[in-house]
Ligand binder design. Structure first.
Ligand code: TYM
Length: 337
């Protein structure tokens, strides 16, 4: 039986952090042997907030190097590519934007949050980008889309857009687009900020101390954990709504040390923060060490990344172009003469 297909992406804006790793990347690495995987750097999304042209390409390649350093590999059927290298993304994005009702886009929580932060300066791309994200997904006919919790609403929108296209331009026997399923793991789907356990860890948080980046050196990790927000209660526990920081830090420890929730709950029940913080620091440093070592190797030899991205682009573009033709044909476009 043919393998099922997954597709997902990360915006190459700033450094990738533990939220991106535990909510997305780590799961992709685990899944790649069982799925045909299409994984990309969403660089067209990266300009929906103001960006610096001098670092856009560099951040995109850095993100690709992190994908490889985390263990994604073509040998296990992972196809890695840059979104902007495949024009079909922008083109299907436009076609889908035109069939998407404005109020669907205005209802997106991420739009509302980011638009408020940017005030008058907000670009129309920030509003329209979920339709581009729908194009990213639907171009590859994936079965599943593995993401963190914050992307759930965008995936529901993607499905609504697919239903609309199929209804308007397809028939029940021959739908134009395949319906993808979101895949959101329970554990790690929402890693919280180190400065406030009620907000998610995010690349756009102005405070560096709020997140641990995958390339942070051990000293910096130690400093960030030392300064992270805790509470004055003795003994550590999961799932107490009055102790969001405690739940977040214990969850990080559990996931990065690959222990069960029961074991961690038992072992940490009588611990104070003074005992737990060094343990958490060591666990994070150890978990990130192999990724950082591989990253250093990969970035030393440019040809490794170049060849992965060249092959990825070729394989992804072939599939994307086929889907784009199918959609354009269903919408009534002629082929070039
Ligand atoms: P982005 O770049 O914000 O995040 C990339 C992935 O990391 C997950 N994530 C988290 N998971 C757990 N805890 C957190 N604190 C945390 N922060 C981020 C996200 O859920 C995501 O899986 N619009 C997308 C990129 C994108 C995309 C796509 C994703 C563009 N096209 C098509 C899937 C399919 C974004 O901005 O993700």
């Amino acid at each position: 039986m043919a393998k099922q297909r997954i597709l997902s992406g990360i915006q190459p804006t700033g450094e990738l952090h533990l939220g991106n790793y535990l909510g997305a990347l780590r799961n992709w690495v685990e899944m790649q042997k069982d799925y045909e995987s299409f994984l990309f750097m969403a660089d067209l999304h990266a300009i929906t907030v103001s960006h610096d042209p001098a670092v856009l390409a560099e951040n995109t390649y850095k993100t690709a190097a992190i994908y490889l350093a985390c263990g994604l590999t073509a040998e296990q059927d992972s196809t890695i590519f840059v979104q902007s290298h495949i024009p079909a993304h922008s083109e299907l994005g436009w076609l889908l934007t035109c069939v998407t009702p404005l109020n669907w886009l205005q209802d997106m929580v991420q739009f509302k949050e980011k638009a408020v932060r940017q005030g008058e300066n907000v670009g129309a791309g920030l509003l329209c980008y979920p339709a581009l994200q729908a194009a990213d997904i639907l171009l590859y006919d994936p079965d599943k889309v593995p993401v963190g919790e914050d992307q759930k609403q965008h995936l529901e929108l993607t499905r609504d857009i697919a239903v609309r296209i199929n209804h308007q331009f397809g028939t029940s026997e021959t739908p134009v687009l395949k319906m993808p399923e979101p895949m959101i793991r329970k554990e790690g789907a929402r890693v919280m900020s180190l400065s406030d356990g009620t907000r998610k860890m995010s690349k756009s948080d102005p405070s560096e101390l709020s997140r641990i980046n995958l390339l942070d050196p051990p000293d910096l990790i130690k400093k960030k954990i030392k300064k992270c927000k805790t509470d004055p209660v003795r003994g550590l526990e999961f799932d107490n709504p009055d102790r969001p920081e405690c739940n977040n830090l214990l969850t990080l420890y559990m996931l990065l040390s690959s222990q069960t929730k029961e074991t961690v709950a038992q072992d940490c029940a009588d611990m104070g923060w003074g005992q737990f913080k060094p343990l958490l620091t060591d666990t994070i440093v150890e978990a990130l060490k192999p990724i950082q070592e591989r990253y250093a190797e990969i970035t030393q030899d440019k040809t490794i990344l170049e060849s992965v991205l060249r092959d990825g682009n070729e394989k992804a573009a072939a599939i994307a172009n086929q889907t784009l033709s199918r959609v354009k044909q269903s919408m009534g476009y002629s082929r070039p003469l």
